[in-house]
Design a protein around this ligand. Structure first.
Ligand code: AFP
Length: 332
């Protein structure tokens, strides 16, 4: 089986990027170990503090964030970090050539039930002019990413990663501590009959997604003329992993509750890296209005609506958005 290094070399990744990825993954291996210890590690449960998004932090979030921060800062490859758990950019080496954004532990409330969780990351070049504490360099569209991926802490520890030459799945071989390629050049089936959305938010969705999901639920008796099944891991990392493995559509759409917070998921360290992985595997990643990777961020913790997955199903979903837009144009 091919090792991580060989795959990255084959994909033409520069040496410094390979070294940075290996450093990041060393941190993830430590997180994987801590997570697998569960309650025995004495790290589960909530701390008293809240993170910048106002959510209660679980101790494992804090620990994972610290592990990644320390490992990346010490590496020398990184100029600055943005993390879900840090209000501001974390300055690192002023001579570093890369910017790293991460959600250290996505789906952290799943730790309470010993279910899927993971680390999501994206890597971009650090501009030379940038000062390490300057957040503005992070405000570039996802098309500028040089690598992105996630490490999934499940029954096995898996890595999904792209450097722009396909999406590959790796499995951590705990006997020698390395990631081995277990599925190269993943191709997401273009059609699917599986969807993932938190339907408890239905009343807050806009008209197109209301209609689309209601037509999925209508199944073979509705306009889509086939039966659909629903799955919800409640950790994006788990839901996207399923989409990469067997297709499907994952949605966290625009939410009318607060127009200033258009979706739940964060652009820099959730939506963008997943969009890169999905597109590189032949799927589509949209906000409903346009390509996720072309969204120009205006702040590091920005949220976006997300529709990701099997090509034909995303296109079918986007047709509802176009129809709605046309209807509004005719009415005005
Ligand atoms: P955390 O990383 O704060 O645990 O949030 C996970 C997440 O942002 C994303 O991974 C899930 O898709 C989503 O929340 C699930 O949240 P709800 O179940 O509240 O819709």
């Amino acid at each position: 089986m091919k090792r991580l290094n060989s795959q990255l070399q084959q994909d033409g990744a520069p040496l410094e990027l390979i070294l940075l990825i290996r450093t990041l993954l060393a941190g993830c291996k430590e997180i994987s170990f801590r997570v697998s210890q569960g309650a025995l590690a004495g790290v589960l449960g909530s701390t008293l503090s809240e993170n910048v998004q106002g959510e209660t932090q679980k101790k494992l979030d804090v620990i994972s964030n610290q592990i990644l921060k320390d490992t990346l800062r010490e590496s020398g490859y990184v100029k600055a970090i943005s993390s879900e758990e840090e209000e501001n950019v974390v300055p690192c080496n002023p001579e570093g050539n890369y910017l790293v954004s991460f959600d250290p532990l996505d789906g952290s409330s799943n730790t309470e039930i010993n279910s899927l969780i993971g680390t999501i990351f994206s890597i971009a070049h650090a501009p030379q002019w940038m000062k390490p504490d300057d957040p503005s360099a992070f405000l570039q569209p996802g098309t500028q990413m040089v690598a992105a991926g996630y490490v999934l802490y499940g029954p096995s520890t898996m890595l999904a990663m792209t450097t722009g030459r396909g999406t590959h799945l790796y499995t951590l071989d705990k006997t020698h501590g390395g990631f081995l390629v277990t599925n190269a050049n993943v191709q997401i089936p273009e059609q699917t009959s599986e969807f993932a959305i938190n339907t408890s938010n239905q009343r807050h969705w806009e008209a197109p997604i209301q209609q689309y999901v209601s037509d999925l639920i209508a199944g073979s008796e509705g306009p889509r003329k086939k039966d659909y099944n629903m799955r919800w891991v409640a950790a994006m990392v788990g839901d996207i992993h399923r989409v990469l493995c067997r297709g499907g559509i994952f949605m966290y759409p625009f939410d009318k509750r607060n127009p200033k917070i258009p979706g739940k998921l964060r652009l820099l360290y959730e939506a963008n890296p997943m969009a890169f992985l999905i597109e590189q595997a032949g799927g589509l990643a949209s906000t409903g209005e346009g390509r996720i990777m072309e969204v120009m961020p205006h702040e590091i913790h920005q949220r976006v609506p997300t529709l990701l997955g099997s090509k034909e199903e995303i296109e079918a979903c986007l047709a509802y958005y176009s129809k709605d837009k046309n209807k509004k144009a005719v009415a005005s």
